[in-house]
Write a protein that binds this ligand. Structure first.
Ligand code: ADP
Ligand code: GLC
Length: 492
């Protein structure tokens, strides 16, 4: 079985969120099951291919867009886990040699690049060219696209005139298509003039295809036309078929529900494991938690907070966007800070209004709240390790990875019972002493406040809290089981 993944982020090369973590780990887990995996992704300005031992192929790919021929360079190398996963960086400087993955940094105005449809169409054309080039020997049985940035690849793969037949195997058909939805909120909607500019198949521009209220939706292209659809947790797979969580596409998703599968994301425990995490000031395990106390003190120091070993330190790491529930955090925390001994640290970037609101809390409570507005991989690990509780009260959450990481770091998460948060966290019960975190349902500040206070009370009951941490640390969300489900899907 040969599978080609097409994605706009792959850890450790490029990352803005959990998509990168998935592409950094799932291909390797699949290769352990015997799948031959290739990954096609852009070479952004921030990627230095030689640092990862990638080599530039002498011959560029030739692609054509609306009758215009151009050349695209490719770098080829092996994934960070070893020589099993082949990775191709698509080097098209006009599209990808700039700061930012999807738009300029907030400091330079933010927003989206105006030519995003074209940039990811080039990724799609390059993926198909790689798949078809006999010299590259990368012809897949399945093309697996992720999120709207892979929508063009999904559409190009349907072109009946592509020369898939091989000498000696004239009946070998075109690859099958699988599309994974990581977040329904990002739909890749563009003016319909891109149909001719990007050679999209005009015959599929209708409501059962990729048309969305007169525009093109590159997400809908994948959702409507791929042979199999997946999303990243079972509960989110059900939620997106309702009008409350369907972002206008619930009807389509209901109609295709027999093709839609919720497969939970896994964790790469080679990267997210406090026993071996070299980004931490001290390592630790469930049986030896002293290192966690050292991480807490170091984190308080790093965030300029008083070094208080017994004050519960809560943390969040997040894209600061509406999805993540920071409006709830801000109102609940302002009440909690009034009468609780607590500290809260945040690492995140995004919506300037949320950045300002958090900065204001820090100004009012400089000994209790501290924020860092930046992207910092090492600091993300140190927050997972140094915090006592992780806060993630999302409005919706396709899967969510940070709450699963925090389990392994002995940092019970406070989450809303939605999407993957609900599928991965079991609510703590003081009587039966079961559960791995703290959950609430209603999307209200009061519900978060009550649950946050319950978590703080549990923290002060040291014996109960230590048992909770150990239960959390014993949970296993490694990729093997989920990778097996993808393999079954490919086989089907
Ligand atoms: P999402 O993909 O919706 O952003 P996930 O929980 O699935 O949410 O994954 C988020 C990933 O991005 C995690 O690996 C998290 O550590 C990382 N991350 C988010 N914001 C930052 C940041 N400011 N600095 C470093 N890592 C971040
Ligand atoms: C998206 C979702 C997140 C998920 C990640 C990886 O960014 O918001 O919930 O964990 O993709 O699948």
């Amino acid at each position: 079985m040969r599978v080609m993944h097409v994605a706009s982020e792959v850890a450790p090369y490029s990352k803005s969120g959990g998509l990168a973590d998935v592409l950094g780990a799932l291909p390797d887990a699949l290769s352990r099951l015997g799948v031959e995996v290739t990954v096609v992704t852009p070479r952004y300005r921030s990627i230095d291919p030689t640092r990862f031992g990638f080599a530039r192929r002498l011959e560029p790919l030739r692609i054509s867009l609306a009758g215009h021929q151009s050349e695209v360079g490719i770098y080829e190398g092996f994934g960070s886990a070893g020589p099993k996963v082949r990775i191709f960086f698509v080097d098209h400087p006009e599209s990808f040699d700039r700061d930012g993955l999807y738009g300029p940094p907030v400091s330079a105005g933010g927003g989206d690049f105006s030519d995003n449809a074209r940039r990811f169409a080039i990724l799609g054309k390059a993926a198909l060219a790689i798949a078809l080039d006999p010299k590259l020997n990368a012809r897949p049985d399945v093309i697996h696209g992720h999120d709207w940035q892979a929508g063009p690849a999904m559409l190009y793969a349907l072109d009946p005139s592509l020369p898939w037949a091989e000498p000696g195997m004239p009946n070998r058909g075109a690859p099958k298509t699988v599309f994974t939805l990581h977040n329904l909120a990002y739909q890749g909607i563009f003016n319909s003039q891109i149909i001719s500019e990007l050679d999209l198949p005009g015959n599929l521009f209708h409501p059962d295809g990729y048309e969305y209220w007169g525009n093109v939706s590159l997400l809908k292209a994948g959702l409507a036309l791929a042979e199999r659809l997946t999303t990243v947790s079972p509960r989110y797979a059900r939620e997106i078929q309702t009008s409350e969580y369907g972002h206008g596409l619930d009807g389509l998703l209901r109609a295709r529900s027999s093709r839609l599968h919720g497969i939970l994301n896994g964790v790469d425990y080679r990267v997210w494991n406090p026993e071996i995490d070299s980004l931490l000031p001290a390592q630790y395990s469930a049986d030896a938690l002293a290192g966690k106390r050292a991480c807490k003190a170091a984190l308080q120091a790093e965030f300029g907070l008083p070094l208080r070993p017994d004050t519960p330190l809560c943390g969040s790491i997040s894209r600061l966007v509406e999805q993540k529930g920071f409006d709830l955090v801000i109102s609940a925390l302002s009440k909690i800070l009034a009468d609780e001994d607590v500290q809260y640290v945040v690492l995140g970037t995004g919506d300037p209004a949320l950045e300002r609101a958090l900065a204001e809390m820090q100004t009012v409570h400089p000994k209790k709240v501290s924020i860092r507005v930046k992207y910092d991989e090492g600091l993300a690990h140190r927050i997972e390790a140094g915090s006592d509780l992780f806060v993630m009260p999302s409005r919706f959450e396709p899967c969510g990875l940070n709450q699963i990481y925090s389990l392994r770091y002995g940092t019970p998460p406070i989450v809303r019972a939605v999407g993957g948060l609900d599928d991965t966290i079991v609510d703590f019960d003081a009587h039966s002493e079961t559960g791995t975190g703290f959950k609430f349902s209603e999307y209200t500040p009061a519900a978060l406040e009550e649950t946050w206070r319950r978590a703080l009370r549990t923290y002060r009951t040291v014996r109960q809290f230590t048992a909770l941490q150990k239960r959390a640390m014993a949970q296993d969300f490694s990729w093997a089981a989920s990778a097996k489900k993808y393999l079954d899907l490919y086989r089907s």
